[in-house]
Design a protein around this ligand. Structure first.
Ligand code: ATP
Length: 342
């Protein structure tokens, strides 16, 4: 478990302390994929670098499995850091060394001298990231996705229990991003390690994260399970990130003058089993309510199927219909209140 207790961070710039992170408390559970989303300059990199103490907090404590990282001397800190792997947006590979040597680097750094043991571990890691055929190549001979796979293999070399990912897919095209995210999800599942992932894209959070914290100008403005935050964003910054991930819905909401659509405009969210059951048609048939679909999508949040429909409902029994839908586990919000949140 990673715990931030009243942690804050300022940088000294031209003799002045400039705050990058306001005091925050945060818990990241063992084995979860935790997303940190925010715009450029929000403090994401600072937050993640406080975990392995690449940055020292200006105040507060960072605990990993109840060990206070800020209280450790250099050798103890080095030992703790070995339990934390990290991957970067621009991969940070050694250009003059082969793929195999890049992956072996942290093993040698940790004191491993047995060439056979190093080779065996490197082979195992190459297989894990699907690069067996590329061991003797140099980074310049690899695609971006392959370079990030080398970065992942290198980060896993010393069998860490935590993997920090700093914008790991930001330099990759959508297809390659999908492949790298799938690899991270597989690693999380099979090796049970905790992944902390920084991104500025809600779609990345939706695809791999269990929980998320939204950072805005150094403040954590929202945290929660990804399904809750994605389906019911509360803070304006979170809402913008969700809209960016669903550009078609956002555009249709903006362009469709719902004020002129008769009936009550509601957004229904279905999760899991509710996505596949014909609850909507049953309830509408039973209550005699007319409905018109204005927008909708069915997709997944990590492995959880979900659906979201914007409907106009008309008829005498709308309240009874909504009650029946809620009883069936469907979440309902008035679109007017979504557009003008209090
Ligand atoms: N070493 C540093 N010295 C001074 N100021 C810094 C330093 N590192 C970061 N900052 C400042 O702290 C704030 C947060 O930066 P940080 O890099 O953590 O944000 P970020 O959300 O990761 O941004 P990006 O997505 O652009 O990397 C910014 O205002 C940045 O200019």
């Amino acid at each position: 478990m990673i715990r931030f207790l009243d942690v804050h961070k300022s940088y000294r710039v031209d003799g002045r302390d400039v705050p990058a992170l306001q005091p925050l408390d945060l818990e990241i559970a063992d084995g979860e994929v935790f997303g940190i989303i925010g715009h450029s300059g929000a403090g994401k990199s600072t937050l993640v670098r406080l975990i392995n103490l690449l940055e020292r907090p200006s105040g507060g404590r960072v605990l990993i499995d109840d060990i206070d990282m800020t209280s450790l001397d250099e050798p103890a800190l080095r030992a703790q850091r070995r339990r934390i792997g990290m991957i970067f947006q621009h991969f940070n590979l050694l250009g003059s060394q082969t793929v195999a040597d890049n992956i072996a680097f942290p093993l040698r750094l940790a004191g491993e001298r047995d060439a056979k043991a190093i080779r065996a571990r490197v082979d195992e890691l190459l297989a894990r990231v699907g690069l067996q055929a590329h061991a003797d190549k140099y980074p310049s001979q690899l695609s971006g996705g392959q370079k990030q796979r080398v970065g992942i293999a290198r980060a896993l070399a010393n069998r860490p229990s935590i993997l920090l990912c700093d914008e790991a897919t930001s330099a990759l095209d959508p297809q390659t991003t999908g492949d790298v995210l799938a690899l991270l999800a597989e690693i999380n599942r099979e090796l049970k390690l905790t992944i902390v992932l920084i991104t500025h894209e809600m779609d990345v959070v939706r695809r791999v994260c269990d929980r998320v914290a939204v950072l805005d100008a150094g403040h954590v403005v929202e945290t929660g399970a990804v399904a809750d935050v994605f389906l019911h964003p509360r803070h304006p910054t979170t809402r913008r990130f969700v809209e960016e991930a669903l550009p078609e819905e956002a555009a249709s909401t903006r362009q469709t003058p719902y004020a002129h659509v008769p009936g009550r405009i509601l957004r229904l969210s279905f999760r899991g089993e509710a996505t596949w059951t014909p609850t909507l048609s049953r309830v509408m048939r039973d209550t005699g309510v007319d409905f018109n679909i204005l927008a909708g999508r069915i997709d997944r949040i990590k492995e959880l199927p979900y659906g979201q429909l914007t409907l106009a409902l008309d008829g005498a029994n709308v309240d009874a219909a909504l009650e029946a839908l809620r009883t069936a586990g469907i979440e309902i919000e008035e679109v007017a209140s979504l557009e003008n949140p209090s």
